[in-house]
Design a protein around this ligand. Structure first.
Ligand code: NDP
Length: 397
C-alpha cells in the first residue's frame, strides 16, 4: 500500500519497524535511516532483511535528508529520532512534498522547553502544499489524546476534568535508568510542574503535587503532577475542559537519584569546560547511564497509562476511566524492546497506517485528537495495546 521512511533506530524505532515489517500489505516498502547505520542493520536483521532497507543519515543535515527522501520517494516520513530533529525533518518533508509523523514535540537543544508553537507554525505551509503532518503519535502524547477524543465522541456531551495517569510499575533491576532517551527524559521530569485550570496555566515546583493513585492490576503508586506536552493541544481542542493535569509515578529511589543528579549539576544543558574541551553535563550523563534499549531483557512488570475523565452526559455528571496495561516482558519477547518503547512505537505505526489508508489524511499540521479516533482505537486492540473502559467509577481525583 505505501512506502515509509523511518528515521531513528533507538528503542521506539525498533518497535515501529517490527510492527511495520509484520504488515506487508500496508507497509510495502520500508527504509530505516539513523545516524548510526549499524543500529539500523541490526534491527533489519531481526525482522528479516528483505523487508527493511537501511541508510545512514544525520537528520539535522537538511540537504542530505532531502537527497535521501528524494531518492527513496516515500509516502510519509516517520520521525522517531529525537525532538531536536523535528523542525529539520519537517523542513525536508515540505521541500520534498512528503507527509510527516512524529511522537514528541520540538525542543531546542539549548533550552529545556517544549511546546507546539514551532510546529504549529508550519500549518499554512503544509496546508498549501497539500501535505499532512501528524504530531505526537506515541502513547503520551498520542494514545492518551486519542482516548480523550474517543471519550468526547462517544461518552460525553462535555468533558470538564481530565487527568492523564501514567504508571510504570516495571522493575529493570538497575539502581537508576531512564526508560527512553535519558537526556529528553531528565529534561522532562525535572522541569516545573504545570497544569490547566479555569482557562489558565498553574505552575508548581517540580513534583510539588503528589498522591497515591490506584492502577488496575497494579495497586497504589505515588503519582506526581508534571507538565506533559499533550495538555497544550488538548486544552485547545477541547475548550470545555475546566482542568487538565498529567500524573506520572516515580519510585523513591528514582527521585533520590534525580535529586542528586540535579544537585551536583549533572542535569545541566549548558556546556562546561572539561580537560580543555566543552562538554554538556546531561550528554555526558547519558553516555554513562544504562542504554534504555538494553533494559528490556530483565524488565519485569507492567505499565498502565490512561485517562480519568469527569463530565456531563444527558444532563448528568459522569465519570470514565480508559486505560491500557502493557507487559514489559511480553513487549520484549515480541520486539526486543521494553514496554515504554513498545507503547510508543505501536501507535506510531498505527498512525502511519491511518495515513496510508487515507483515513488520517488532510492538508495541514494536526495533533492526533483532531482525527477520527475510532479506526485507530480498533487497531490498538489488534496490534498489541488493548484498552479497557470503566464507567461511573471513583476516579480518586
Ligand atoms: P533513543 O535515544 O533510543 O533513539 C533515538 C534514535 O535517534 C537513535 O538511534 C539516534 O541515533 C537517532 N538520532 C538522534 N539524532 C539523530 C540525527 N540527528 N539524525 C538521525 N538520527 C538521529 O530514543 P527513543 O527511541 O527512546 O525515543 C525516540 C523518540 O520517541 C524521542 O523523540 C522520544 O522523545 C519519543 N518518545 C515519545 C513517547 C510518547 O509516548 N509520545 C514516549 C517515549 C519516547 P544514534 O543511536 O545513532 O545516535
Amino acid at each position: 500500500m505505501g512506502k515509509v521512511l523511518v528515521i531513528g533506530a533507538g528503542g521506539v524505532g525498533t518497535v515501529v519497524i517490527h510492527k511495520m515489517a509484520s504488515l506487508p500489505e500496508i507497509f510495502s516498502e520500508i527504509l530505516l535511516a539513523s545516524r548510526t547505520k549499524s543500529k539500523c542493520d541490526a534491527i533489519a536483521e531481526r525482522v528479516g532483511k528483505d523487508r527493511v532497507k537501511t541508510a545512514a543519515i544525520d537528520a539535522d543535515d537538511v540537504p542530505e535528508l532531502l537527497k535521501l527522501i528524494n531518492s527513496f520517494e516515500p509516502d510519509i516520513v516517520v520521525n522517531v529520532a529525537l525532538p531536536y530533529q523535528d523542525l529539520h525533518i519537517m523542513d525536508a518533508c515540505l521541500e520534498a512534498g512528503v507527509s510527516y509523523l512524529d511522537t514528541a514535540n520540538y525542543e531546542p537543544l539549548d533550552e529545556a522547553k517544549f511546546e507546539y508553537s514551532w510546529q504549529w507554525a508550519y500549518t499554512a505551509r503544509y496546508r498549501k502544499a497539500g501535505l499532512t503532518a501528524i504530531l505526537g503519535c506515541g502513547f503520551d502524547p498520542g494514545v492518551t489524546s486519542i482516548f480523550t477524543a474517543y471519550a468526547a465522541k462517544h461518552h460525553f456531551d462535555e468533558i470538564h476534568y481530565l487527568d492523564i495517569v501514567d504508571c510504570n510499575a516495571g522493575d529493570h533491576g538497575k539502581p537508576f535508568a531512564t526508560n527512553f532517551n535519558p537526556e529528553i527524559n531528565i529534561r522532562e521530569v525535572t522541569q516545573k510542574g504545570k497544569y490547566w485550570e479555569h482557562g489558565k496555566w498553574i505552575y508548581t515546583k517540580p513534583h510539588e503535587i503528589h498522591k497515591p493513585l490506584n492502577y488496575p492490576g497494579i495497586g497504589p503508586k505515588e503519582s506526581y503532577v508534571i507538565y506533559h506536552e499533550e495538555l497544550e493541544s488538548l486544552v485547545k481542542n477541547f475548550p470545555t475542559l475546566k482542568r487538565a493535569r498529567f500524573w506520572m509515578t516515580f519510585g523513591q529511589e528514582y527521585l533520590t537519584h534525580l535529586r542528586v543528579i540535579q544537585n551536583i549539576g549533572m542535569a545541566g544543558i549548558e556546556p562546561v569546560m572539561f580537560d580543555g574541551r566543552e562538554i554538556v553535563p546531561i550528554r555526558f550523563l547519558k553516555a554513562v547511564l544504562p542504554d534504555p534499549g538494553d533494559l528490556g531483557e530483565n524488565y519485569k512488570g507492567w505499565t498502565s497509562i490512561g485517562c480519568r475523565i469527569r463530565g456531563i452526559k444527558d444532563g448528568k455528571e459522569k465519570t470514565y476511566y480508559i486505560y491500557n496495561n502493557c507487559s514489559h516482558e511480553a513487549a520484549y519477547k515480541e520486539t526486543g524492546a521494553q514496554a515504554v518503547s513498545y507503547t510508543t512505537g505501536v501507535p506510531a505505526a498505527i498512525g502511519t497506517m491511518m495515513y496510508l489508508k487515507g483515513i488520517w489524511k488532510k492538508p495541514g499540521v494536526f495533533n492526533v485528537e483532531e482525527f477520527d479516533p475510532d479506526p485507530f482505537m480498533e487497531q490498538l486492540n489488534l496490534l498489541g495495546l488493548p484498552w479497557v473502559e470503566l464507567h461511573d467509577v471513583d476516579l480518586e481525583l
